[in-house]
Design a protein around this ligand. Sequence first.
Ligand code: LMR
Length: 436
Amino acid sequence: MATAKLSLSPAELPPLRQKSSLIEANTVRISRLQIIRQRKPLGVHCSVAPNQVESSAVRTPVLDSPKKTECYGVFCTTYDLRAEEETKSWKSIISIAVSGAAGMISNHLLFKLASGEVFGMDQPIALRLLGSERSRQALEGVAMELEDSLYPLLREVSIGIDPYEIYQDVEWALLIGAKPRGPGMERAALLDINGQIYAEQGKALNAVASQNVKVMVVGNPCNTNALICLKNAPNIPAKNFHALTRLDENRAKCQLALKAGVFYDKVSNVTIWGNHSTTQVPDFLNARINGRPVKEVIKDTKWLEEEFTERVQKRGGVLIQKWGRSSAASTAVSIVDAIRSLVTPTPEGDWFSTGVYTNGNPYGIADDIVFSMPCRSRGDGNYELVDNLQIDDFLRARLQKTEAELLAEKRCVAHLTGEGNAFCDLPEDTMLPGEQ
Ligand code: LMR
């Protein structure tokens, strides 16, 4: 998916199995208000605003007390927000980490998360925002805007540049930060640079996140980044890692609706198979319009096989040509859709697409890659694969192509997944949606 920029150049990237140099710097944590200028342990300590009365009942720190704290702006509180929740009919607070938090996608996403439209109006959240040294000021700006929005469900905002601090106990990690491909950069180099970033994210999540953390990888190339991340996080179930292909599903629904002359809520059962790249396969064979197979409604098979397929595959690139930058708002919306699909039960008979670990899949897709497939959820954050979709010769040939691309990407990052030396033989037409 579209990427938010990290400030690391290849030369600045940390050696594997070490914390990045970025993480040596101080972390700033704001709990609606505090800045902690101290490395671990993370803590919450509240100081007293001039017009507020201190009460012993509300002074108990939630976590270990840091040695030094500093209130942030006018928002210093005197009370423990977590304790206050006990008096409300809310669920327990959940912590959500977002990397690339000062980027465009995050700027759309964070406000949706804070509003309650993603996790529900009874679900208070803590946001943990990860940026880079260069984005530190911008992160503070993001935190200030979040505070100024006065979202009741937003109980804490922490900002920092150390994934080992930001990911502490998080239940969701939305990994948006990645380096965009620069002019003249080989795709193999992009895989390596972002792969190193995602290896680092995986290690940090493995070390400090909730062991059932759900990880949504957005930074490109998102399938292989998700694979690298999960390989570096052996304590977290591989099933918990997702590569975002929901934007592609949404794009496919829009194109089918346009062609059929219906509103897009009439289009269902759309699967995106494979890689979030120009080899992705938007499946019109199993999709439905008004509950009927698409091919019964749109009888123009040539359009479906050629124009529709290519339009979805290349939509990201066309958008970049028009906008001058990657999709951001629609990507954020699709992240919201992807999360909601996991935390609410899937409507009867329908499914959604997400890039998931392939081991044990019922479609004969090679094991040990991250491949977008049709999934259903009971709304508990987990999913199961939908296993009875029709595969015809056209679809099978396309699936093989996108699978081959992912296997080639995997060989290219073997040094980051613990599988020996990398060998890069990427197909020539391998491209991200934005690279045409
Ligand atoms: C998109 O699909 O819009 C993006 O992933 C495009 C890109 O390459 O950034």
